[in-house]
Write a protein that binds this ligand. Structure first.
Ligand SMILES: C[S@@+](CC[C@H](N)C(=O)[O-])C[C@H]1O[C@@H](n2cnc3c(N)ncnc32)[C@H](O)[C@@H]1O
Length: 414
């Protein structure tokens, strides 16, 4: 299902991963860095899926996709009850901020760009200043007090808080199941992704200026509720209940999860690793999703308003990237499974085309030549200035026993 679209251009890569898996014997596919699980979804439901990611958002998504008891949420029922409860929060927060709400709506469809730019800064300051007061009076005002005037408009932030309020109250009243509540939160993330004013991945919001104000306002005009409804209607688990009952979702550092795995309780056929490839921490890109799920009133720090205490991946640290690969490959080698790694030729690990096969050779019987695929990589919002750059994406494969020779040659010619 298309619950979330891939954050880069890795769809075709996922298809190659799927094809490579076909050359393996049956058995689970362990996706160590599952993110939004483009790779896992390309393999499912042919194999059982075991997912892992350090982010709570990814865990929540993959649990919904791969572990749900029900195939899909009762979208109409959920929408009705979430609205019924949510309206209470919505009306109260709108009344509390009535002047600014009126002004935002007045300016939104106008052409007074200077006023519009100033207004965004004003909303940011006002809601921040009133944070303590609002938080005392309202259980659900997190997005209003942290992201109004930055990633979201004021009305949009109030809508998001009210969807969350409605979903929480509906769950508490026993009107929706915890699975449905989870789908509601994931739809909330999709809504945030659709309406937020950012360079694409929440690493930063666009500070309104004369050159981008039309782009900012185009985002501000989206209705968070409508986007949520649309997303909720599309939410659907993968496979059937029986297949899903045998999947697993882990949540932790990939290396630790691998090292602590008890292989006597089952082994995957393929371990797939798609680690971060730059020194930009992924937790910067997922922070709004993370906050939407956790709803824990985090400190929103710095220009990007990031969560405090974000996960720092050792694969994104210059001094740890090499030892991280070594530990991961060594732990995977003990499992008996094949190891497939996606990594660009110019990632943070220097000289990866040579180094990864060398490391693999220490722990696996057979190391195949890497598949090198010319590819446009997302620089995740262009923090280094360009949104897409040409790279060679490589797929490294190490195995413990020979694959069927004909299936491999099929792949080489595909
Ligand atoms: C390149 S993305 C993977 C994308 C994924 N293949 C997909 O289809 O969406 C890297 C992912 O790894 C996660 N991550 C980074 N370092 C990690 C670590 N040490 N342990 C577990 N997850 C990690 C990030 O949160 C992010 O979701």
């Amino acid at each position: 299902m298309a619950a979330f679209t891939y954050m880069g251009t890795k769809k075709s890569l996922a298809r190659t991963i799927g094809a490579l898996c076909e050359t393996h014997e049956p058995g689970p596919f362990l996706d160590l860095f599952s993110g939004i699980s483009a790779a896992g979804s390309s393999v499912a439901p042919k194999r059982q899926i075991w997912c892992n990611d350090a982010q709570v958002f990814s865990r929540t998504l993959t649990e919904a996709l791969f572990l749900s008891n029900e195939d899909s949420p009762r979208a109409t029922v959920i929408a009705a009850v979430v609205q019924r409860f949510g309206d209470k929060n919505l009306n109260a927060l709108v009344r509390e901020n009535q002047d600014q709400v009126d002004e935002e709506l007045r300016l939104l469809w106008g052409t007074a760009h200077d006023d519009q730019i100033q207004f965004q800064a004003y909303v940011r300051d006002q809601t921040q200043q009133r944070k303590a007061e609002l938080e005392l009076g309202y259980s659900h005002c997190l997005f209003t007090t942290r992201y109004a005037g930055s990633y979201l408009g004021l009305v949009q932030a109030i809508q998001i808080d009210s969807i969350r309020y409605g979903a929480d109250m509906a769950l508490k009243a026993g009107l929706i199941s915890s699975e449905e509540h989870r789908w509601a939160l994931l739809a909330m993330c999709r809504s945030i992704a659709g309406i937020s004013n950012s360079t694409g991945h929440f690493a930063q919001y666009l500070t309104p200026s004369p050159s981008n104000i039309n782009r900012v306002l185009a985002k501000r005009k989206h209705c968070a509720w409508a986007c949520w409804l649309e997303a909720l209607n599309e939410m659907r688990a993968v496979g059937d209940t029986k297949w899903r009952s045998k999947n697993r979702v882990y949540h932790g550092d990939a290396i630790e999860v691998l090292e602590n795995m008890d292989w006597s309780k089952g082994t995957p056929a393929v371990i797939y690793a798609d680690p971060p490839y730059t020194n930009d921490q992924y937790s910067r890109y997922y922070h709004l999703f993370e906050t939407a799920i956790l709803y824990d009133y985090p400190l929103a720090e710095g220009k990007g308003l990031y969560r405090g205490g974000r996960f720092q991946s050792s694969f994104s640290l210059n001094r740890q990237v090499e030892s991280s690969f070594e530990r991961m490959i060594s732990a995977a080698g003990k499992s008996g499974a094949s190891l497939m790694i996606s990594y660009p030729s110019n990632g943070l690990l220097p000289n990866s085309l040579q180094k990864i096969p060398e490391m693999m050779a220490e722990h696996f019987k057979i190391v195949l030549d890497p598949l090198v695929i010319p590819h446009k990589h997302s620089t995740l919002g262009g923090s280094k200035g360009r949104e897409k750059e040409d790279v060679e994406e490589c797929i490294f494969l190490a195995i413990q026993k020979p694959l069927a020779a004909d299936s491999l040659s099929d792949l080489k010619h595909s």
